[in-house]
Design a protein around this ligand. Structure first.
Ligand code: DLL
Length: 435
């Protein structure tokens, strides 16, 4: 099975644009009528629904942000009455109120459709066994992947995250063919499997849909090697839907955004100006089919780029580049901008470095100091003080030259760095704690 929904996934860009025009007009009408907060924002811009004739008028519309969701907490952005809302998810975030999202039954159906498309891209079909090791709950990962796997008709195994040894026994004994979890958890599973003496050849695993946190090509290679599978990058966010807003296909040349449901744009985060294909900036989504909580030009804070070129896989839906991180993840160290993903890319360029690392930022006097703690693979571990110092020096030099600032590197014993079963916390910024 090559596509889940071939006519839609491969339709011409003109047809896709025409669907977007109609659905966008409908969405704008609906939110203007039903959501006071949006009506006010449009009125402030002197806009009436009829002014938006199609996707080319998108840029007339105001942006929306997490702040809008907070200001209208909990249900003020819902466009459907509560008696039509059949599911509520929420994301906690690190500060402030939770972000609440409501879905109608049709929203859940469309979400399952998008997820089924992603699973087929990962080579799955109704004979497959999909193990869902994302957390189930208010987080959208577990239930999102679950409904997609059921829609596909695959045997869905809802293990949720945690209890890793049991997960592995299930994966082996039940013959799971696809694993859905965060990339950091996939690596922890691989590591635990090695500790248990279970070989990848004993599994039936073919592929994985990994996302919910930033990861690099180096990490993808390690997961693919250690689990013997093809690792796909799946993206999404609760506000827009959850997992399966986009995912990469076998070409691994960017993540296809399901454009019959979401219109993506890239903007300059400082000015809000829309940027052309290829340019890096903040990715913004407009939902054009959602009933529960449609969002117009929602600013994700995720840094990516877009291409509308048709992919070698035959899909016509635009592709977003692998996420570089979030605007709010960017560290400013002595005035220099550093993304944790840049650090991961450097680290995993060394064959003996494991993807277990953390970045500690402190302020010493007036100066920011960044220390990278990392574990290395035992097999290649030079077991002498000198060997260790040489390794640390080599990594530090490479980091300094790529990041343009000096940092400290500390190799720590295997198992020192906390393993994650959900979204990994890589950065400990102690500067915020010091008044
Ligand atoms: O993480 C939804 C999801 C679940 C996506 C499972 C994929 C798989 P939130 O908890 O609302 O939703 O967090 C959304 O996570 O804005 C990104 O910053 C980050 N993120 C999600 N997928 C990726 C990815 C889910 N593939 C936030 N690469 C987003 C990098 C990702 N970051």
């Amino acid at each position: 099975m090559r596509y889940w929904n071939e006519p839609i996934e491969t339709m011409s860009r003109d047809e896709l644009r025409s669907i977007q025009d109609t659905r966008l007009r409908r969405t704008v009408e609906k939110i203007y009528t039903n959501v006071e907060h949006y009506r006010k924002k449009m009125q402030d811009k002197g806009l009436l629904p009829g002014d938006v004739r199609g996707a080319e008028d998108l840029r007339l519309l105001p942006f929306s942000t997490k702040q809008d969701l907070r200001d209208t907490y909990p249900y003020g952005m819902f466009s459907a009455p509560l008696d039509q809302i059949t599911r509520i998810h929420a994301s906690s975030g690190t500060t402030g109120k939770q972000t609440v999202v409501g879905y109608t039954a049709k929203d859940i159906e469309i979400w399952a459709e998008c997820m089924a498309r992603c699973l087929v891209m990962a080579g799955q079909d109704k004979r497959s066994r999909v193990q869902v090791s994302y957390g189930y709950g208010l987080f959208t990962g577990g239930l999102g992947a679950h409904y997609g796997a059921e829609r596909l008709g695959a045997s869905t195994i809802p293990t949720s995250s945690g209890n890793t040894q049991r997960q592995i026994v299930i994966m082996r004994d039940f013959g799971s063919t696809c694993l859905c979890c965060t990339p950091s958890y996939a690596l922890f599973i691989a590591e635990t499997m090695e500790d248990m003496g279970i070989k990848k050849e004993e599994l039936s695993l073919q592929a994985g849909c990994f996302g919910a946190e930033p990861w690099t090509e180096g990490m993808r290679r390690q997961i693919e090697d250690r689990l013997g599978i093809r690792a796909h990058d799946i993206y999404g966010l609760s506000e827009i839907m959850g997992p399966s807003v986009s995912q990469d296909c076998e070409c691994k040349a960017g993540l296809h955004v399901w454009e019959d449901y979401f219109i993506p744009e890239i903007i300059d985060p400082a000015t809000g100006e829309v940027l052309p294909d290829g340019a890096q900036g903040e990715i913004v989504f407009t939902t054009i089919s959602k009933e529960g909580m449609p969002l117009i030009r929602y600013r994700t804070r995720d840094i990516s780029s877009l291409t509308h070129e048709v992919c070698a896989c035959g899909r016509t839906h635009a592709r977003m580049g692998r996420l570089k991180g979030r605007t709010d993840d960017m560290l400013i160290i002595r005035g220099v901008n550093v993304f944790p993903s840049q650090i991961e890319s450097v680290l995993l360029g060394f064959s003996n470095v494991s993807p277990n690392y953390r970045i500690i930022v402190e302020r010493e006097g007036l100066l920011d100091q960044m220390t990278i703690e990392l574990e290395i693979n035992e097999t290649l571990f030079a077991d002498t003080v000198k060997g260790m110092e040489d390794a640390e020096r080599g990594i530090r030099r490479q980091l300094d030259s790529v990041l343009g600032i000096t940092s400290r590197v500390r190799i720590v014993e295997k198992g020192t760095i906390d393993r994650s079963m959900g979204k990994a916390v890589r950065v400990i910024d102690k500067r915020n704690l010091i008044g």
